[in-house]
Design a binder for this molecule. Structure first.
Ligand SMILES: *Cc1c(COP(=O)(O)O)cnc(C)c1O
Length: 403
């Protein structure tokens, strides 16, 4: 049996003709830059996330870049962020001449540790930190209630890197559901809608992926939305009058048209991924591999902490990746690949150890991020994965440890 990490052929088989029609519609319209498909997708994504505005951009990376530009981040500024993420999170900060300030991650969620953030902000006597950039890694929100509390206290904008977490929900009322005051229900807010600005990627492997690169910025701030819109067109307003220095960060209408075909399926895909995660949990439980200390399963912290038995429809985790911690990780990867099972490490090198930082970047140690880089392993969890395939994956992992 062959089990790929991701199989886009499956969804293509039932979406193919709709996608071809959408692409044809754009081609026949001869509107190849921006236009109605982009505008419609912007409105649909904003509505989906619960924000007032959406602005289509060329990629998730450019969503982050143009958001930081719109907030005026530049040389001399510092941005507080996580050392455990995809490179773009740090790359955009450095490209603007700003400096990332890292704090370690929480070992359970792999997301930025609010306690460590609190310390970094309290120690920033020069007030050089000008923004906070949390990442909702693997499809589950960072601790946004704590992060927003700090951001409000220090009056700092929060840019959510929600590239892996479109639709993921976070309980914004602090405390478990049963401790909320009478009559108050848990306020689950979607990724991207809690900070000043949220950034999404439509890279094909994300839960909502295009047929190429694409991204989106969402916000409730009308002046920020306007500024992003101007910046993504070389800072021109009106055309040929460049009040700002921007770039070409526009979303391709072909991508917008294809994403509009896929968006109605997104909730169903999230649900299937969650069901697959649940099936892995019971298969691994039966195997006793976790109990015997060979591996640790991912944890849906917002579900564990707040969600009662109700709320099965809440996207407490969208499982863009299903990431375990495992013993003897690299040998297990070789074993799985030799049995045609796809797997991947997200990410093998924490950001603070990337070579491109050069010799002048101070040496830091973030033990949890470094440990995660050695132990994490993502297994296939895409919506169309079958129960048989999952059983095969777990069986092969058990075979590896018990040989
Ligand atoms: C995918 C991703 C990005 C970048 O998105 P692109 O569309 O590939 O530019 C940024 N941050 C995180 C956390 C990502 O996973």
């Amino acid at each position: 049996m062959k089990v790929p990490l991701l199989d886009l052929q499956q969804q293509l088989s039932y979406l193919r003709s709709d996608i071809l029609d959408a692409v044809t519609r754009v081609i026949d319209s001869t509107t190849y830059i921006q236009g109605p498909e982009v505008t419609a997708l912007e409105q649909e994504i904003a509505a989906y996330c619960g924000t007032k505005y959406g602005v289509g951009v060329s990629s998730g990376t450019d969503a982050l870049l143009v958001s930081l530009m719109a907030l005026g981040i530049g040389p001399g500024d510092q941005v507080l962020t996580t050392p455990y993420s995809f490179f773009a999170t740090m790359g955009v900060i450095l490209r603007l001449g700003a400096t990332p300030v890292f704090v370690d991650i929480d070992p359970v969620s792999f997301n930025i540790d609010p306690q460590a953030m609190e310390e970094a902000l309290a120690n920033d006597h020069a007030r050089a930190i000008k923004a906070i950039l949390p990442v909702h890694l693997y499809g589950q929100c960072a601790d946004m209630p704590a992060i927003m509390k700090m951001a409000n206290h220090y009056d700092l904008p929060v840019i959510e890197d929600a590239a892996q977490a479109i639709g993921a929900e976070c309980p914004m009322n602090t405390g478990p559901d049963d401790l909320l005051p009478a009559g108050v229900t848990q306020d689950w807010q979607r990724a991207g809608s809690m900070g000043r600005v949220g950034c999404f990627s439509f890279f094909p492997s994300k839960n909502l992926g295009g047929i190429g690169d694409g991204g989106m910025v969402v916000t409730n701030d009308p002046s920020l939305a306007d500024k992003v819109r101007i910046l993504l067109n070389h800072g021109a307003a009106p055309k040929y009058y460049h009040g700002l220095l921007g770039g070409n960060f526009r979303l391709d209408p072909i991508q917008a048209a294809v994403l509009r075909i896929k968006l109605p399926y997104l909730e169903q895909w999230h649900r299937s991924r969650r069901e697959n995660a649940g099936r892995y949990r019971s298969l691994f439980q039966d195997s006793t591999l976790a109990a015997d200390g060979f591996l640790q399963l991912p944890r849906a912290v917002h579900q564990e902490q707040r969600l009662q038995s109700k709320g099965a429809g809440i996207n407490y985790h969208i499982y863009n990746q299903f990431v375990l911690r495992v013993q003897r990780r690299d040998a297990l990867i070789d074993w799985l690949r030799s049995h045609d099972i796809g797997c991947e490490v997200y990410y093998p090198v924490p950001l603070h150890l990337q070579k491109c930082l050069g010799k002048d970047f101070p040496v830091f140690s973030f033990p949890q991020a470094e440990k995660a880089a050695l132990e994490t392993l993502a297994l296939p969890v895409y919506p169309e994965l079958t129960g048989d395939m999952q059983a095969f994956v777990v069986e092969k992992i058990a075979e590896f440890y018990r040989r």
